[in-house]
Design a protein around this ligand. Structure first.
Ligand code: TRP
Length: 419
Protein backbone atom coordinates (compact mmCIF):
# COMPACT_ATOMS: atom_id res chain seq x y z
CA UNK A 1 0.00 0.00 0.00
CA UNK A 2 1.35 3.39 -0.88
CA UNK A 3 1.71 5.87 1.90
CA UNK A 4 -0.55 8.84 1.92
CA UNK A 5 -0.80 11.70 4.36
CA UNK A 6 -2.90 10.59 7.28
CA UNK A 7 -6.34 12.12 7.22
CA UNK A 8 -6.15 12.86 3.50
CA UNK A 9 -8.75 11.60 1.09
CA UNK A 10 -6.29 9.24 -0.60
CA UNK A 11 -5.21 7.82 2.72
CA UNK A 12 -8.82 7.16 3.61
CA UNK A 13 -9.48 5.57 0.24
CA UNK A 14 -6.49 3.33 0.59
CA UNK A 15 -7.55 2.29 4.07
CA UNK A 16 -10.93 1.60 2.74
CA UNK A 17 -9.67 -0.67 -0.03
CA UNK A 18 -7.65 -2.51 2.50
CA UNK A 19 -10.66 -2.83 4.70
CA UNK A 20 -12.65 -4.30 1.86
CA UNK A 21 -9.91 -6.82 1.19
CA UNK A 22 -9.98 -7.87 4.79
CA UNK A 23 -13.63 -8.73 4.43
CA UNK A 24 -14.71 -6.13 6.86
CA UNK A 25 -17.23 -4.54 4.61
CA UNK A 26 -18.22 -7.71 2.80
CA UNK A 27 -19.51 -9.29 5.95
CA UNK A 28 -21.45 -6.24 7.02
CA UNK A 29 -23.91 -4.07 5.19
CA UNK A 30 -22.48 -4.60 1.73
CA UNK A 31 -23.27 -8.24 1.35
CA UNK A 32 -26.25 -8.16 3.58
CA UNK A 33 -27.87 -5.87 1.10
CA UNK A 34 -26.82 -8.20 -1.67
CA UNK A 35 -24.88 -5.44 -3.33
CA UNK A 36 -21.65 -5.72 -5.15
CA UNK A 37 -18.77 -3.55 -4.10
CA UNK A 38 -18.42 -0.85 -6.67
CA UNK A 39 -16.14 2.09 -6.93
CA UNK A 40 -19.04 4.09 -5.80
CA UNK A 41 -19.34 2.21 -2.57
CA UNK A 42 -15.66 2.67 -1.95
CA UNK A 43 -16.10 6.37 -2.46
CA UNK A 44 -18.81 6.53 0.17
CA UNK A 45 -16.69 4.70 2.70
CA UNK A 46 -13.64 6.71 1.84
CA UNK A 47 -15.49 9.93 2.36
CA UNK A 48 -16.80 8.77 5.66
CA UNK A 49 -13.36 7.75 6.77
CA UNK A 50 -12.17 11.17 5.69
CA UNK A 51 -14.84 12.74 7.80
CA UNK A 52 -13.85 10.55 10.72
CA UNK A 53 -10.28 11.76 10.27
CA UNK A 54 -11.68 15.20 10.90
CA UNK A 55 -14.04 13.81 13.47
CA UNK A 56 -13.17 16.32 16.08
CA UNK A 57 -14.88 19.05 14.08
CA UNK A 58 -17.51 20.63 16.29
CA UNK A 59 -20.50 22.11 14.54
CA UNK A 60 -23.44 23.95 16.03
CA UNK A 61 -26.80 24.32 14.34
CA UNK A 62 -29.76 25.94 16.00
CA UNK A 63 -32.45 28.46 15.29
CA UNK A 64 -35.82 30.01 15.98
CA UNK A 65 -39.12 30.39 14.20
CA UNK A 66 -39.68 34.00 13.11
CA UNK A 67 -43.19 34.38 14.50
CA UNK A 68 -42.38 37.42 16.63
CA UNK A 69 -39.62 39.33 18.34
CA UNK A 70 -37.43 37.39 20.76
CA UNK A 71 -38.16 37.73 24.47
CA UNK A 72 -36.19 37.23 27.67
CA UNK A 73 -37.21 33.55 27.67
CA UNK A 74 -35.38 33.04 24.36
CA UNK A 75 -32.48 35.01 25.76
CA UNK A 76 -32.12 33.07 29.02
CA UNK A 77 -32.94 29.72 27.45
CA UNK A 78 -30.65 29.81 24.46
CA UNK A 79 -29.55 33.04 22.76
CA UNK A 80 -27.28 34.09 25.63
CA UNK A 81 -25.71 30.63 25.60
CA UNK A 82 -25.11 30.78 21.84
CA UNK A 83 -23.16 34.00 22.19
CA UNK A 84 -20.99 32.39 24.89
CA UNK A 85 -20.44 29.31 22.73
CA UNK A 86 -19.62 31.51 19.76
CA UNK A 87 -17.04 33.46 21.71
CA UNK A 88 -15.55 30.37 23.36
CA UNK A 89 -13.80 29.56 20.11
CA UNK A 90 -14.35 25.83 20.76
CA UNK A 91 -16.64 25.36 17.77
CA UNK A 92 -15.36 25.04 14.24
CA UNK A 93 -18.60 26.15 12.64
CA UNK A 94 -21.75 27.76 13.96
CA UNK A 95 -24.96 28.01 11.96
CA UNK A 96 -27.93 29.98 13.29
CA UNK A 97 -31.09 29.56 11.29
CA UNK A 98 -34.23 31.66 11.05
CA UNK A 99 -36.73 28.85 10.55
CA UNK A 100 -39.24 30.57 8.28
CA UNK A 101 -40.29 27.38 6.48
CA UNK A 102 -41.00 25.71 9.82
CA UNK A 103 -42.93 28.79 10.97
CA UNK A 104 -45.10 28.44 7.86
CA UNK A 105 -46.15 24.92 8.88
CA UNK A 106 -48.72 26.44 11.21
CA UNK A 107 -49.00 29.84 9.56
CA UNK A 108 -49.74 28.86 5.98
CA UNK A 109 -52.40 31.53 5.68
CA UNK A 110 -50.29 34.25 7.17
CA UNK A 111 -46.95 34.40 5.38
CA UNK A 112 -46.88 38.14 5.95
CA UNK A 113 -46.35 37.56 9.67
CA UNK A 114 -43.26 35.51 8.92
CA UNK A 115 -42.05 37.99 6.32
CA UNK A 116 -42.23 40.84 8.84
CA UNK A 117 -40.52 38.95 11.63
CA UNK A 118 -37.40 37.66 9.87
CA UNK A 119 -35.69 41.00 10.24
CA UNK A 120 -36.90 41.29 13.86
CA UNK A 121 -35.26 38.01 14.81
CA UNK A 122 -32.12 38.94 12.87
CA UNK A 123 -31.96 42.28 14.72
CA UNK A 124 -32.37 40.47 18.04
CA UNK A 125 -29.59 38.01 17.16
CA UNK A 126 -27.17 40.70 16.10
CA UNK A 127 -28.00 42.92 19.08
CA UNK A 128 -27.35 40.07 21.50
CA UNK A 129 -23.87 39.67 20.08
CA UNK A 130 -24.11 36.96 17.47
CA UNK A 131 -21.37 38.00 15.14
CA UNK A 132 -21.74 37.23 11.42
CA UNK A 133 -17.96 36.86 11.20
CA UNK A 134 -18.12 33.95 13.62
CA UNK A 135 -21.63 32.56 13.20
CA UNK A 136 -23.42 32.00 9.91
CA UNK A 137 -26.89 33.53 10.16
CA UNK A 138 -29.25 32.29 7.48
CA UNK A 139 -32.85 31.84 6.37
CA UNK A 140 -34.18 28.28 6.17
CA UNK A 141 -36.23 28.67 2.98
CA UNK A 142 -33.15 29.86 1.08
CA UNK A 143 -31.82 26.29 1.21
CA UNK A 144 -33.81 23.92 -1.03
CA UNK A 145 -31.35 21.23 0.11
CA UNK A 146 -33.26 21.09 3.40
CA UNK A 147 -36.48 20.19 1.60
CA UNK A 148 -34.60 17.61 -0.44
CA UNK A 149 -33.18 15.89 2.64
CA UNK A 150 -36.60 15.94 4.33
CA UNK A 151 -38.05 14.16 1.31
CA UNK A 152 -35.62 11.26 1.71
CA UNK A 153 -35.84 11.13 5.50
CA UNK A 154 -39.63 10.88 5.32
CA UNK A 155 -39.19 7.32 4.11
CA UNK A 156 -37.41 6.41 7.31
CA UNK A 157 -40.05 7.61 9.78
CA UNK A 158 -43.44 6.10 10.55
CA UNK A 159 -46.66 8.01 11.11
CA UNK A 160 -47.02 6.46 14.55
CA UNK A 161 -43.56 7.64 15.53
CA UNK A 162 -44.50 11.20 14.64
CA UNK A 163 -47.74 10.85 16.56
CA UNK A 164 -45.74 9.95 19.64
CA UNK A 165 -43.55 13.07 19.50
CA UNK A 166 -44.54 14.87 22.74
CA UNK A 167 -43.80 18.37 21.44
CA UNK A 168 -45.88 17.85 18.31
CA UNK A 169 -48.62 16.33 20.45
CA UNK A 170 -48.86 19.31 22.78
CA UNK A 171 -48.59 21.80 19.92
CA UNK A 172 -51.48 20.11 18.14
CA UNK A 173 -53.56 20.53 21.29
CA UNK A 174 -52.49 24.14 21.81
CA UNK A 175 -53.43 25.04 18.25
CA UNK A 176 -56.72 23.15 18.33
CA UNK A 177 -55.80 21.32 15.14
CA UNK A 178 -57.60 18.17 16.32
CA UNK A 179 -58.41 16.27 13.13
CA UNK A 180 -57.27 18.96 10.71
CA UNK A 181 -53.52 18.80 11.27
CA UNK A 182 -51.58 20.23 8.32
CA UNK A 183 -49.29 17.50 6.95
CA UNK A 184 -46.39 19.94 6.85
CA UNK A 185 -46.86 20.70 10.53
CA UNK A 186 -47.18 17.05 11.46
CA UNK A 187 -43.92 16.23 9.71
CA UNK A 188 -41.86 19.20 10.87
CA UNK A 189 -39.69 17.04 13.15
CA UNK A 190 -38.43 15.38 9.98
CA UNK A 191 -37.60 18.70 8.42
CA UNK A 192 -35.87 19.68 11.65
CA UNK A 193 -33.74 16.55 11.31
CA UNK A 194 -32.83 17.80 7.84
CA UNK A 195 -31.88 21.21 9.26
CA UNK A 196 -29.55 19.63 11.76
CA UNK A 197 -27.97 16.91 9.64
CA UNK A 198 -27.49 19.15 6.60
CA UNK A 199 -24.64 20.73 8.55
CA UNK A 200 -23.47 17.48 10.14
CA UNK A 201 -24.11 19.33 13.40
CA UNK A 202 -22.62 17.75 16.50
CA UNK A 203 -24.28 20.12 18.96
CA UNK A 204 -27.73 21.66 19.06
CA UNK A 205 -28.22 24.26 21.81
CA UNK A 206 -31.96 24.43 22.41
CA UNK A 207 -34.70 24.85 24.99
CA UNK A 208 -36.11 21.85 26.77
CA UNK A 209 -39.18 21.63 24.52
CA UNK A 210 -36.91 20.78 21.60
CA UNK A 211 -35.47 17.59 23.13
CA UNK A 212 -37.98 15.30 21.38
CA UNK A 213 -36.89 16.84 18.06
CA UNK A 214 -33.26 16.05 18.70
CA UNK A 215 -34.16 12.52 19.77
CA UNK A 216 -36.12 12.02 16.57
CA UNK A 217 -33.19 13.40 14.58
CA UNK A 218 -30.85 10.92 16.24
CA UNK A 219 -33.17 8.08 15.30
CA UNK A 220 -33.29 9.22 11.70
CA UNK A 221 -29.50 9.45 11.60
CA UNK A 222 -29.10 5.96 13.01
CA UNK A 223 -31.64 4.55 10.60
CA UNK A 224 -30.08 6.32 7.62
CA UNK A 225 -26.59 5.15 8.51
CA UNK A 226 -27.79 1.62 9.08
CA UNK A 227 -29.59 1.40 5.75
CA UNK A 228 -27.25 3.37 3.48
CA UNK A 229 -23.91 3.31 5.26
CA UNK A 230 -22.32 5.69 7.72
CA UNK A 231 -23.02 9.13 6.33
CA UNK A 232 -24.72 11.40 8.86
CA UNK A 233 -23.57 12.73 12.20
CA UNK A 234 -25.64 12.03 15.30
CA UNK A 235 -26.17 15.32 17.10
CA UNK A 236 -26.49 15.97 20.82
CA UNK A 237 -28.75 18.53 22.42
CA UNK A 238 -27.23 21.12 24.68
CA UNK A 239 -29.41 22.53 27.44
CA UNK A 240 -28.77 25.45 29.73
CA UNK A 241 -27.24 24.27 33.00
CA UNK A 242 -29.43 26.66 34.94
CA UNK A 243 -32.78 24.89 35.41
CA UNK A 244 -34.63 28.20 35.76
CA UNK A 245 -33.49 29.20 32.27
CA UNK A 246 -35.14 26.16 30.76
CA UNK A 247 -38.66 27.21 31.64
CA UNK A 248 -39.01 30.90 32.22
CA UNK A 249 -42.73 31.58 32.86
CA UNK A 250 -44.68 34.58 31.57
CA UNK A 251 -44.82 37.73 33.69
CA UNK A 252 -48.37 36.65 34.63
CA UNK A 253 -47.12 33.36 36.06
CA UNK A 254 -48.48 31.27 33.18
CA UNK A 255 -46.14 28.47 32.21
CA UNK A 256 -45.33 29.76 28.74
CA UNK A 257 -44.42 33.18 27.46
CA UNK A 258 -46.52 33.93 24.47
CA UNK A 259 -47.26 36.94 22.39
CA UNK A 260 -50.99 36.29 22.41
CA UNK A 261 -51.06 36.20 26.22
CA UNK A 262 -49.19 39.52 26.40
CA UNK A 263 -46.94 38.15 29.13
CA UNK A 264 -43.49 38.56 27.54
CA UNK A 265 -40.67 40.98 28.12
CA UNK A 266 -39.15 41.53 24.70
CA UNK A 267 -35.47 42.20 24.13
CA UNK A 268 -36.56 45.22 22.12
CA UNK A 269 -38.86 46.66 24.82
CA UNK A 270 -37.99 50.17 25.96
CA UNK A 271 -36.65 50.69 29.45
CA UNK A 272 -40.06 51.97 30.56
CA UNK A 273 -42.04 49.10 28.97
CA UNK A 274 -39.72 46.64 30.61
CA UNK A 275 -39.98 48.37 34.01
CA UNK A 276 -43.78 48.41 33.88
CA UNK A 277 -43.93 44.72 33.02
CA UNK A 278 -41.63 43.80 35.88
CA UNK A 279 -43.37 46.00 38.44
CA UNK A 280 -46.73 44.45 37.58
CA UNK A 281 -45.46 40.87 37.62
CA UNK A 282 -47.49 38.17 39.27
CA UNK A 283 -46.02 37.06 42.60
CA UNK A 284 -47.30 35.03 45.53
CA UNK A 285 -51.01 35.99 45.76
CA UNK A 286 -51.02 35.25 49.51
CA UNK A 287 -48.17 37.63 50.21
CA UNK A 288 -50.41 40.61 50.87
CA UNK A 289 -48.64 42.63 53.55
CA UNK A 290 -44.90 43.03 53.82
CA UNK A 291 -44.86 41.10 57.10
CA UNK A 292 -46.60 38.06 55.56
CA UNK A 293 -44.42 35.06 54.86
CA UNK A 294 -44.11 34.59 51.11
CA UNK A 295 -43.58 31.69 48.76
CA UNK A 296 -40.65 31.62 46.39
CA UNK A 297 -41.40 28.27 44.73
CA UNK A 298 -43.25 28.94 41.50
CA UNK A 299 -43.11 32.69 42.14
CA UNK A 300 -42.21 34.24 38.76
CA UNK A 301 -40.20 37.09 40.29
CA UNK A 302 -37.93 34.61 42.04
CA UNK A 303 -37.83 32.32 39.01
CA UNK A 304 -36.56 35.29 36.99
CA UNK A 305 -34.00 36.00 39.70
CA UNK A 306 -32.91 32.35 39.51
CA UNK A 307 -32.37 32.78 35.79
CA UNK A 308 -30.74 36.20 35.76
CA UNK A 309 -29.17 37.19 39.06
CA UNK A 310 -25.46 36.85 39.67
CA UNK A 311 -23.42 37.67 42.76
CA UNK A 312 -22.18 40.94 41.25
CA UNK A 313 -25.80 42.11 40.98
CA UNK A 314 -26.08 41.85 44.74
CA UNK A 315 -22.85 43.73 45.27
CA UNK A 316 -24.00 46.45 42.91
CA UNK A 317 -27.74 46.77 43.52
CA UNK A 318 -28.57 45.07 46.83
CA UNK A 319 -25.45 44.94 49.01
CA UNK A 320 -27.44 44.34 52.20
CA UNK A 321 -27.94 40.74 51.07
CA UNK A 322 -25.17 38.18 50.53
CA UNK A 323 -26.97 36.53 47.70
CA UNK A 324 -30.17 35.00 46.39
CA UNK A 325 -30.51 32.40 49.13
CA UNK A 326 -30.55 35.07 51.79
CA UNK A 327 -33.08 37.13 49.86
CA UNK A 328 -35.32 34.09 49.46
CA UNK A 329 -35.08 33.26 53.15
CA UNK A 330 -36.13 36.75 54.08
CA UNK A 331 -39.11 36.62 51.71
CA UNK A 332 -40.24 33.28 53.10
CA UNK A 333 -39.83 34.45 56.66
CA UNK A 334 -41.88 37.59 56.01
CA UNK A 335 -40.87 41.22 56.17
CA UNK A 336 -39.67 41.61 52.59
CA UNK A 337 -42.01 43.41 50.22
CA UNK A 338 -42.61 42.49 46.58
CA UNK A 339 -41.82 46.00 45.41
CA UNK A 340 -38.29 45.82 46.75
CA UNK A 341 -37.67 42.47 45.06
CA UNK A 342 -39.19 43.65 41.80
CA UNK A 343 -37.06 46.79 41.82
CA UNK A 344 -34.00 44.63 42.22
CA UNK A 345 -35.10 42.35 39.39
CA UNK A 346 -35.75 45.41 37.25
CA UNK A 347 -32.21 46.68 37.81
CA UNK A 348 -30.79 43.31 36.81
CA UNK A 349 -32.89 42.91 33.69
CA UNK A 350 -32.25 46.51 32.64
CA UNK A 351 -28.52 46.00 33.02
CA UNK A 352 -28.74 42.90 30.81
CA UNK A 353 -30.97 44.51 28.20
CA UNK A 354 -29.45 48.00 28.01
CA UNK A 355 -26.48 47.01 25.81
CA UNK A 356 -28.74 44.85 23.62
CA UNK A 357 -31.15 47.74 23.20
CA UNK A 358 -28.31 50.09 22.30
CA UNK A 359 -26.93 47.64 19.72
CA UNK A 360 -30.39 47.27 18.24
CA UNK A 361 -30.66 51.03 17.70
CA UNK A 362 -27.43 50.92 15.70
CA UNK A 363 -28.47 47.93 13.58
CA UNK A 364 -31.92 49.40 12.99
CA UNK A 365 -30.25 52.27 11.15
CA UNK A 366 -28.65 49.81 8.77
CA UNK A 367 -31.34 47.35 7.76
CA UNK A 368 -29.76 46.89 4.31
CA UNK A 369 -26.71 45.38 6.01
CA UNK A 370 -28.88 43.08 8.10
CA UNK A 371 -30.45 41.69 4.94
CA UNK A 372 -27.04 41.45 3.34
CA UNK A 373 -25.76 39.40 6.29
CA UNK A 374 -28.71 37.01 5.93
CA UNK A 375 -28.21 36.74 2.18
CA UNK A 376 -24.50 36.02 2.40
CA UNK A 377 -25.06 33.68 5.35
CA UNK A 378 -27.68 31.77 3.39
CA UNK A 379 -25.27 31.33 0.49
CA UNK A 380 -22.60 30.00 2.80
CA UNK A 381 -25.01 27.70 4.61
CA UNK A 382 -26.25 26.43 1.26
CA UNK A 383 -22.76 25.36 0.25
CA UNK A 384 -22.43 23.27 3.41
CA UNK A 385 -25.88 21.73 3.02
CA UNK A 386 -25.37 20.86 -0.62
CA UNK A 387 -22.26 18.90 0.25
CA UNK A 388 -24.35 16.78 2.59
CA UNK A 389 -27.00 16.28 -0.08
CA UNK A 390 -24.27 14.98 -2.40
CA UNK A 391 -23.08 12.58 0.31
CA UNK A 392 -26.63 11.46 1.02
CA UNK A 393 -27.43 10.82 -2.63
CA UNK A 394 -24.20 8.95 -3.10
CA UNK A 395 -24.91 6.82 -0.05
CA UNK A 396 -28.40 6.09 -1.33
CA UNK A 397 -26.94 5.35 -4.74
CA UNK A 398 -29.23 7.78 -6.48
CA UNK A 399 -26.28 9.69 -7.92
CA UNK A 400 -26.83 8.08 -11.33
CA UNK A 401 -24.78 10.39 -13.49
CA UNK A 402 -21.75 10.25 -11.23
CA UNK A 403 -21.93 6.47 -11.29
CA UNK A 404 -19.74 5.41 -14.19
CA UNK A 405 -20.00 1.77 -13.15
CA UNK A 406 -23.77 1.83 -13.38
CA UNK A 407 -23.79 3.28 -16.86
CA UNK A 408 -21.11 0.85 -17.99
CA UNK A 409 -22.92 -2.13 -16.50
CA UNK A 410 -26.16 -1.16 -18.18
CA UNK A 411 -24.44 -0.55 -21.50
CA UNK A 412 -22.93 -4.01 -21.26
CA UNK A 413 -26.17 -5.63 -20.22
CA UNK A 414 -27.97 -4.35 -23.26
CA UNK A 415 -25.05 -4.90 -25.57
CA UNK A 416 -25.19 -8.55 -24.57
CA UNK A 417 -28.82 -8.60 -25.51
CA UNK A 418 -30.02 -9.12 -21.95
CA UNK A 419 -33.23 -7.69 -20.73
N1 TRP B 1 -38.24 24.21 16.38
C1 TRP B 1 -37.44 25.35 16.74
C2 TRP B 1 -38.34 26.34 17.48
O1 TRP B 1 -39.54 26.16 17.51
C3 TRP B 1 -36.83 26.03 15.54
C4 TRP B 1 -35.94 25.12 14.74
C5 TRP B 1 -36.14 24.72 13.47
C6 TRP B 1 -34.73 24.52 15.18
N2 TRP B 1 -35.15 23.90 13.04
C7 TRP B 1 -34.26 23.76 14.07
C8 TRP B 1 -34.02 24.53 16.38
C9 TRP B 1 -33.11 23.00 14.17
C10 TRP B 1 -32.85 23.77 16.47
C11 TRP B 1 -32.41 23.00 15.37
O2 TRP B 1 -37.85 27.30 18.03
Amino acid sequence: MRTYAKGSYHYAKACCLQQICTENLRSKSVQKAGQIITNDKILVYAQNLCRKGAEMEKVILTGDRPTGRLHVGHFAGSVRERVTLQNSGIYDKIFIMIADAQALTDNAENPEKIRQNIVEVALDYLSCGLDPEKSTLFIQSMLPELAELSFYYMNLVTVSRLQRNPTVKSEIKQRNFETSIPVGFFTYPISQAADITAFQATTVPVGEDQLPMIEQTREIVRKFNEVYGDTLTEPTAMLSENAACLRLPGTDGKAKMSKSLGNCIYLADTEEECRQKIMSMYTDPNHIRVEDPGQVAGNPVFLYLDAFSRSEHFTEFLPEYQGLDELKEHYMRGGLGDVKVKKFLNKIIQSELAPIRANRKVWEKDIASVYDILNKGSEKAREAASKTVDDVKRAMRINYFEDVALIKAHAQKYANGMK
